[in-house]
Design a binder for this molecule. Structure first.
Ligand code: TYD
Length: 216
């Protein structure tokens, strides 16, 4: 059995990752590839319980380090119970956020420092990494407007101010620059179809076996 590919979507809030994850899953299924869509924090029963803890309440409810450890407690459950078994069955897994979010949010924006986050990552995950990461890059002012008009309950993170969103964007761009073989940055400002084409283009570049199969 050929192992499936692990695809992660990253970026700030309001960039349209969730919609695009659905569109990508559809495109891959049409090409005969079995897919699984999941998200972080969450994805398994236990990790979804941790998600409730970490995303609700006031923004000072948890320190940066507690947040980080909760994210990794959720992540290891998710990886061991859902992601790795699916990949072993040949399924392609699309996760809305993964470890780069911890580096950007807890490491940079919350100020824990990249080194501490990377040390926790190494201790918990070893060398487990996505096969490709799509970074949804967007002007933070536009992103904040989208979040405000989405009409959903804001999470502890959505409630942060514009400077937080700007710091996040810089952090994600820096992480992308450090991982050019894995992270493809996509302009998230555009119609659904535009953005989807950009994602399929990046995927086909990373996995040449997709050429001619997914409309890119
Ligand atoms: P969610 O509503 O799923 O956000 P979005 O739709 O923007 O993806 O909430 C997830 C929040 O958790 C988001 O604000 C980012 C944050 N987060 C971290 O701070 N660290 C992490 O490791 C992960 C996975 C998420």
């Amino acid at each position: 059995m050929i192992r499936g590919k692990f695809i992660t979507f990253e970026g700030g809030e309001g960039a349209g990752k969730t919609t695009q994850a659905e569109l990508l899953a559809e495109a891959l299924e049409k090409a005969g590839i079995e897919t699984l869509q999941t998200r972080e924090p969450g994805g398994t029963f236990g990790a979804e319980a941790i998600r409730d803890l970490v995303l609700t309440g006031t923004s000072d409810r948890w320190s940066g380090m507690t947040e980080l450890l909760l994210m990794y407690a959720a992540r290891i459950d998710h990886v061991e119970k859902l992601i790795k078994p699916a990949l072993d069955r040949g399924v392609w897994v699309i996760s809305d956020r993964f470890a780069d979010s911890s580096l950007a949010y807890q490491g940079h924006a919350r100020g824990l420092g990249a080194d501490r986050v990377k040390a926790v990552h190494e201790a918990v995950m070893g060398g487990f990494e996505p096969d490709i990461t799509i970074l949804f890059d967007m002007d933070p002012v536009l992103a904040q407007k989208r979040v405000e008009t989405r009409g959903e309950n804001l999470t502890r993170f959505d409630a942060e101010d514009l400077n937080f969103h700007k710091a996040l964007r810089d952090a994600f761009r820096q992480i992308a620059a450090e991982n050019p073989d894995r992270i493809h940055t996509v302009d998230a400002d555009g119609t659904r179809g535009n953005v989807q084409n950009r994602i399929l283009f990046a995927l086909t570049k990373q996995f040449p076996e997709l050429a001619g199969k997914v409309g890119a």
